[in-house]
Design a protein around this ligand. Structure first.
Ligand SMILES: [Zn+2]
Length: 556
């Protein structure tokens, strides 16, 4: 009884001081720049609107700013209130915490731009994904016989070793490899040298990594007009977790041929972009990328609009062809490609969301300097994103889905590309809200990048991570929250007790659990999307030099 009375006394004390110990404060754990909009978010059982909050120095608890809690933006699961706490006025560098009554946020920094070091960490994930004799990290070279057509539709052997494993498994896909390659190259173009040159080979590490993807893209053409879209299938998921060099299926990895314009457009975009990027360091290889990009684009004339495989099923193709056409124009300067890009972009229209299966926004941003209607398409996306962000209790510029972190980062990417094109900052605050969501200002209080921030995923759905480091994987981006129905449909049994059970809601659930491939599996697409976002954020910070002009390349 004494214990219970004590608990009640503590509870009453906390209520009197403003916030319950059961409330939670969320911040961007990777920090803010001095001039950024800065918002913390309070997950609360009671209405705190109008109550005071303060920001204190992490070192000695001294109050450096006082503010007032904003109105609730809605409820979340068991919590009736989600409040924003604006401390934009605080600009001085240092380490801080936000405090409301008895509730404290994790400590965070206001500091120099952290984006280059985040990008470098993100890039580390790709080294773990490397397949074949590509100097992989965390495991030995693997799948050294890829290319045997065991179940394929045509005879023969092509060397399909190399490239990257798609995610936590060991399949390889044209779609995700070309998508990631293109996004990495775009990041390098926007912010050259972002991730440094730590191996000292005279070329940026980001380009070195993109070359692994581009090299595999080159291998996908095995005959004139004949392309491979996939190596290995769902049998990969049936033999248990193993390191890739110990894969009992090493000699049972079927190659799947057959592609549509949905594949060829994005393949052309990745290879055309590689042709520009590698022209200075490897002109002959860059030239082979250019030729392969043009061949892939030409092959689309004889391909079905959409070829559905068993994975990465597209529902649209005009956006991919628009992307291929504009990247070929930027590489070759041939006017016919620009004509095509305009025509495809007009037909494709705005995207409505951003992801491997929807590159409208990206294509429109690249075409916009040469085609005014594409800027209009891009802004239509942004108006919708901003409205969604304003109506979401956590500022998300889209609905929770399978792959939420890509959706969130993609909305920010489109906003920052628009800002570069127009100088207008109408959508930039929305972009910062997405950045903050990714880095910890979300209901779970998780920075969705492995190894970064105070609280991050430690139990990824990833075989190498699990077998080498019990699920930890620095630089890997989790898929993030998904609607409960999407998670439940997979009938996943969590491996461990759900440490985030308190924060699950009817809108989204997230589990840091190795069995959850819906919310906690890292993918090539999510990581490459995050790298591009870091490039755009870094490029807009003061003191970062503008990229050198590239021949024929209109500005991205
Ligand atoms: Zn492999």
């Amino acid at each position: 009884m004494k214990h219970r009375l004590g608990t009640i006394a503590v509870f009453l004390l906390l209520v009197a001081s403003g916030a319950s110990a059961r409330d939670h404060l969320r911040v961007n754990q990777l920090g803010y720049l001095s001039e950024d909009p800065k918002v913390a978010r309070l997950l609360a059982y009671d209405d705190h609107a109008g109550r005071p909050f303060c920001v204190v120095r992490a070192s000695d608890g001294a109050t450096v700013l006082r503010g007032t809690v904003g109105p609730s933006s809605g409820e979340w699961g068991a919590f009736g209130y989600c409040h924003t706490l604006d401390f934009t006025r605080l600009r001085r560098s240092g380490w801080y915490r936000v405090v409301v009554g008895g509730t404290r946020s994790p400590s965070f920094a206001i500091a120099e731009p952290p984006y280059a070091s985040i990008a470098r960490t993100l890039l580390g994930f790709f080294a773990v994904q490397r397949c074949g004799e590509t100097d992989p990290a965390g495991h030995r070279p693997c799948h050294l016989h890829d290319g045997r057509r065991i179940d394929g539709e045509s005879d023969g052997v092509a060397d399909l070793t190399g490239g990257w494993h798609d995610a936590g498994d060991y399949t390889k896909f044209l779609t995700s490899t070309a998508c990631a390659t293109h996004l990495l190259l775009l990041a390098e173009e926007i912010r050259p040298g972002l991730a440094g040159d730590h191996d000292g080979n005279g070329r940026s590490d980001l380009l070195d990594e993109a070359r692994v993807g581009a090299d595999w893209c080159l291998r996908l053409r095995h005959a004139p007009g004949g392309y491979t879209r996939q190596v290995q299938d769902s049998r990969d998921h049936r033999v248990g977790w193993r390191l890739p060099e110990n894969d009992p299926l090493a000699d049972d990895r079927p190659v799947f041929d057959g592609v549509g314009r949905n594949h060829l457009g994005r393949l052309a975009a990745a290879l055309a972009s590689a042709a520009r990027a590698f022209a200075p360091s490897e002109p002959a290889w860059a030239e082979s990328c250019r030729a392969a990009a043009e061949a892939a684009y030409a092959a689309a004339d004889f391909a079905p609009p959409i070829f559905e495989g068993e994975s990465y099923r597209d529902t649209a193709w005009l956006d991919k062809m628009a992307l291929g056409a504009i990247e070929l124009y930027r590489t070759t300067g041939k006017p016919s490609y620009l004509d095509d890009a305009r025509r495809y972009a007009d037909q494709a229209g705005p995207g409505g969301w951003f992801g491997w299966s929807n590159v409208n926004g990206l294509a429109n941003a690249l075409i916009a300097p040469d085609h005014r209607p594409s800027l209009g398409n891009l802004e239509k996306d942004l108006i919708a994103f901003r409205r969604q962000s304003e109506n979401h209790p956590w500022g998300m510029a889209g609905k929770e889905t399978w792959g939420t972190t890509v959706i969130v980062a993609g909305a920010a990417i489109e906003a920052l590309l628009f800002e570069r094109l127009t100088g207008r900052t109408d959508y930039t605050t929305m972009a910062f809200a997405q950045r903050d969501f990714l880095f910890g200002a979300n209901p779970w209080g998780v920075c969705f990048v492995g190894g970064l921030g105070a609280i991050h995923p430690r139990d990824f759905h990833h075989q190498v991570a699990y077998l080498v480091d019990r699920g930890a994987l620095s630089g890997a981006v989790a898929e993030g929250p998904a609607p409960p129905a999407v998670f439940e449909a997979q009938q996943i049994r969590l491996a461990d007790e759900d440490e985030y059970a308190e924060f699950q809601s009817e809108r989204g659930v997230y589990h840091d659990d190795r069995n959850d491939y819906v919310t906690n599996e890292p993918t090539l697409t999510a990581n490459a999307t995050a790298v591009l976002l870091m490039a755009l954020l870094d490029a807009r910070t003061p003191g970062v030099p503008a990229p050198a002009a590239t021949a024929n390349a209109s500005r991205p």
